[in-house]
Unconditional design. Structure first.
Length: 68
């Protein structure tokens, strides 16, 4: 299957910085939520824990694709 073409979008430097900062804030928040969930031991919601992991992973992947 051929790979899809890469599309570049013109975004200003301030917008890029804001997006990077927003993603970093979300990653930090999700990480804290995940830590609190893991610390709760009783009634550990494994599906919610996996959701947090996937959300963190996807935000880190996006962050890695945004120019610095």
């Amino acid at each position: 299957m051929p790979s899809s073409p890469v599309t570049h979008v013109n975004i200003s430097e301030p917008e890029i910085r804001m997006l990077r900062q927003r993603l970093e804030v979300e990653i930090t928040w999700l990480s804290r939520q995940m830590e609190e969930l893991q610390g709760a031991e009783l009634d550990l919601d494994v599906s919610l824990l996996q959701t947090y992991r996937e959300m963190i992973y996807s935000r880190r992947a996006l962050l890695g694709r945004i120019p610095r």
